[in-house]
Design a protein around this ligand. Structure first.
Ligand code: GAP
Length: 432
């Protein structure tokens, strides 16, 4: 199976089994927007919960935030997004397809990749979505949907300082939607118009930036490995000065190897004191940290690890997808699996079996996400659960009625063993 075939199989599995649907599909879809289905939303939530636990709850130096999508438009002037959040747009003179010139350059293309037509001169195009607040649609009512969650953190810097008096270094983290009017989107959920970011702004003293940068790079990679993204499919690449965002003095991308090349999974940037200084200038408010020991006041510098939820989802799905004979298995880490266990009565038309299985199911689903299945034969049910990554299948059979034991079957080894009903939850909980 080539990596392109695998990609296509994962896209089709996502649709078929309720992970990801094209958005507004009954209207022919809406390009580069997707909806996460019943199983996809479970996986998405697990990714975010694991991130939040690792980077916020388990640390003493990071504070959480949930800022609004719409911010005062001055925020985007101060941040430089109104002037600089632009990409060079070119259009094919023949088929009128539009591209980002910098992406074409990276691929070594000078003409239209679709029809080889010649391209127009590049025009700079701002990637922020505009909207209007209030009943009039004039320049004074323009607002923007945030293209990154980070700015809500910067504008709340003093609020968090005043409420918690943190000691530097400290971070403020947020998970939320961001919106970008991407010129060339596509490749399924890799590049979409709206997406969720898991971002952390880490406030430091300037002299420590290189050390902190290395630490955060390590933590980002570890997060990816812990979710089951393989080391072989990741690499770290530093941005050239031309690629770097206007606010950054150093950026590295953690890139994922797709069939269409190495592409950004996560970004890590040293934003210097650019953002706090800009907001201070535009708002007229001092955004300073006061060192209690020396009473010296200064503008902290910032290291920013930024990670996309959708891209994590896609990398996890691709690296979990395995074909084993005619069995399709999603070898998701149990902590990510949409269902941790499935419960089956051996047959659906024996009342005593169904009743017992229901008791087991009702008990387990109070503790973790559990699914009931009584369709078809046991073999088909196993196949069906393997394909969505359920780590354990529990069958209630005639022996259960005699001795309160069940069979529990492992997704990856396909081995079954008998355990007591009483022991099931501990067995499953130990793996998640
Ligand atoms: N605050 C810094 C920032 O926004 P970025 O590299 O532009 O940096 C951060 O975006 C992360 O957000 C990326 O590494 C990626 O995971 C995700 N991301 C960015 N644009 C995306 C898009 N159009 N679709 C899906 N995810 C995207």
């Amino acid at each position: 199976m080539t990596s392109q075939e695998k990609f296509e199989k994962v896209v089709s599995l996502c649709k078929r089994r309720g992970f990801v649907y094209p958005s507004s599909e009954i209207y022919g879809g809406f390009a580069n927007t997707y909806d996460y289905g019943p199983l996809g939303v479970q996986l998405l939530r697990s990714i975010k919960e694991i991130w939040w636990k690792k980077f916020v709850e388990d640390r003493e130096d990071v504070y959480g935030l949930d800022g609004s999508v719409l911010l005062n438009p001055k925020v985007w002037q101060a941040s430089g997004h109104v002037d600089n959040f632009t990409d060079p747009l070119v259009e094919c003179k023949k088929c009128h397809k539009r591209y980002r010139q910098d992406f074409l350059e990276q691929e070594g293309e000078t003409n239209c990749p679709e029809c080889a037509g010649s391209l127009t001169e590049p025009k700079m195009f701002n990637g922020m979505f505009k909207t209007f607040v209030g009943p009039t649609e004039d320049t004074s009512s323009v607002a923007y949907l945030r293209p990154e969650t980070a700015q809500a953190i910067f504008v709340n810097f003093s609020n968090v300082l005043n409420s918690f008096s943190p000691k530097i270094p400290f971070g403020i983290a947020q998970i939320g939607k961001a919106f970008r009017n991407e010129i060339t989107a596509g490749n399924f959920i890799h590049r979409t118009l709206e997406f969720e970011q898991m971002e952390l702004e880490y406030f430091i003293e300037e002299g420590n930036w290189e050390k902190e940068f290395e630490k955060w790079l390590f933590d980002m990679l570890k997060f990816a490995y812990d979710l089951g993204i393989s080391k072989e499919s990741l690499r770290v690449r530093e941005h050239t000065s031309k690629e770097r965002s206007h606010y950054s003095e150093k950026t590295v991308d953690v890139e994922y190897m797709y069939y269409f090349g190495w592409k950004e999974l996560y970004g890590l940037a040293y934003r210097t004191d650019f953002d706090l200084k800009q907001h201070s200038k535009f708002s007229g408010k001092k955004l300073l940290y006061r060192n209690n020991e020396t009473t010296e006041k200064f503008t902290p510098h910032i290291i920013e690890p930024s990670m996309g939820v959708g891209r994590t989802f896609l990398a996890v799905m691709l690296d979990s997808y395995v074909e084993d004979g005619d069995r399709i298995v999603l070898k998701l880490k149990p902590s990510l699996a949409p269902y941790k266990a499935a419960v089956f009565p051996l047959v659906r038309n024996k009342e005593e079996l169904v009743k017992k299985a229901r008791e087991v199911f009702d008990g387990l689903k109070l503790q973790f996400s559990t699914v009931w299945d009584d369709r078809g034969n046991i073999g088909k049910r196993y196949y069906s659960q393997d394909e969505i990554g359920t780590p354990y299948c529990i069958t209630i059979d005639y022996q259960t009625l005699k001795d309160n034991t069940v069979t529990i079957r492992d997704r990856d080894t396909t081995k079954q063993k008998r355990i007591k009903i009483f022991d099931i939850s501990l067995f499953v909980l130990k793996s998640i």
